[in-house]
Design a protein around this ligand. Structure first.
Ligand SMILES: Nc1ncnc2c1ncn2[C@@H]1O[C@H](COP(=O)(O)OP(=O)(O)OP(=O)(O)O)[C@@H](O)[C@H]1O
Length: 263
C-alpha cells in the first residue's frame, strides 16, 4: 500500500492562528503518516510550539481543521490524548516528588494501573541508568536526568504519536545515541514522531521528512535528500539559512561584539 492510500495520522487544513492581531500561522496544510519522523524546524517564534500545542488541545481560537487519528479535535472528544505523548521544551516536573511518585502518577493519569506504571517506570529508569535514583526526589536531579524522566513519562502509556521539543537537551553523548535509536525503533514500529529542534545536524540525520515553518507558512517539506537537491545546498543548516533568507551571521556577530566592547 502506498503512503497516500493510508489515512493520515495527523491532518491540518488551512490552519491559522493569531495572538491578538498578530498572525502566527497563516494557512498550514499538512498530512502526517504513521511511521514518519517529522523534523519540525523554523526560526525562533515561527509558530512550531503553537502548532504542537494546538494539536495537543492546549491552545484554542485557531481557524481551519485539525484531525488526529481521523477525528476533528474540535469535536470535544479527548480520547485521542491517550494516544499522544509530549515532551515540552521546558520540563515542568514536580520537584518535591520522587521519580517513582511522579512517573506512577503520570502513568495513572494515562490510565495505567498504579502497580503496572510503577513496574514499567522502574525498568525504563533502569535502561537509562537511573535505577538508583528511582526513589529520590526530582529536585536532586541534574538537567539530563530530568530530561530522561520526561522522556519516560511521555512513553509510559505506549503512545502512537510523540511530540518532542528539543528532546536531547541536556543529554550526554551516550544517552543521545540511545535516544536517537529509541526514536528510530519507535518509528519502525509505526509510531509517528513530531520532532522540533534547532540542532540541525540531528534533525538532518534522524528525520524521514523535514518541515520548515517560516512566516506562518510551510516553506519546505520533504526528505533531507529532496530538500538538498531542490536548494543545491550542502547541510540542513545551509538549507535553513537559504530558505529563511539569512546570510548575515558574520555581520550580526561582529556588530554584537562591537557593542559588547563599548564601555
Ligand atoms: N500565549 C501567547 N500569547 C501571545 N503570543 C504568543 C503566545 N505564545 C506564543 N506567542 C507568539 O507566537 C509566536 C510563535 O511562538 P511559538 O512559541 O509557537 O514559536 P516557536 O516556533 O516554537 O519558537 P522557538 O523556536 O523560539 O521555540 C511568537 O511570536 C510568540 O511571541
Amino acid at each position: 500500500m502506498t503512503e497516500h492510500m493510508r489515512e493520515p495520522v495527523i491532518s491540518m487544513r488551512k490552519l491559522e492562528m493569531s495572538y491578538g492581531n498578530k498572525p502566527v500561522l497563516r494557512g498550514v496544510d499538512l498530512e502526517v503518516y504513521a511511521g514518519q519522523i517529522i523534523g519540525y524546524i523554523g526560526p525562533n517564534g515561527a509558530g512550531k510550539s503553537t502548532t504542537v500545542k494546538i494539536m495537543l488541545g492546549l491552545v484554542e481560537g485557531y481557524r481551519g481543521e485539525v484531525r488526529i487519528f481521523g477525528k476533528d479535535i474540535a469535536d470535544e472528544n479527548i480520547d485521542y490524548k491517550r494516544r499522544i505523548g509530549y515532551v515540552p521544551e521546558v520540563a515542568e516536573l514536580y520537584d518535591s516528588l520522587t521519580a517513582q511518585e511522579y512517573l506512577t502518577f503520570i502513568g495513572e493519569l494515562y490510565g495505567l494501573e498504579q502497580r503496572k506504571a510503577d513496574h514499567k517506570a522502574r525498568r525504563l529508569m533502569d535502561k537509562f541508568g537511573l535505577e538508583e535514583v528511582y526513589f529520590n526526589r526530582i529536585s536532586s536531579f541534574s538537567k539530563g536526568m530530568r530530561q530522561k524522566v520526561m522522556l519516560i513519562s511521555s512513553l509510559l502509556h505506549n503512545p502512537d504519536i510523540l511530540f518532542l521539543d528539543e528532546p536531547l537537551s541536556g543529554l550526554d553523548a551516550n544517552s543521545v545515541m540511545v535516544v536517537k535509536e529509541i526514536l528510530a525503533c519507535l518509528a519502525a514500529e509505526g509510531k509517528t514522531i513530531f520532532y522540533s529542534s534547532h540542532i540541525m545536524d540531528v534533525v538532518e540525520k534522524i528525520s524521514s521528512r523535514i518541515i520548515l515553518l517560516n512566516g506562518g507558512y510551510i516553506v519546505a517539506d520533504g526528505s533531507f535528500q529532496e530538500l538538498r537537491s531542490q536548494s543545491h545546498e550542502g547541510t540542513l543548516e545551509d538549507i535553513f539559512n537559504e530558505l529563511t533568507g539569512f546570510h548575515e551571521h558574520k555581520a550580526v556577530a561582529e556588530k554584537f561584539v562591537s557593542i559588547v566592547q563599548e564601555v
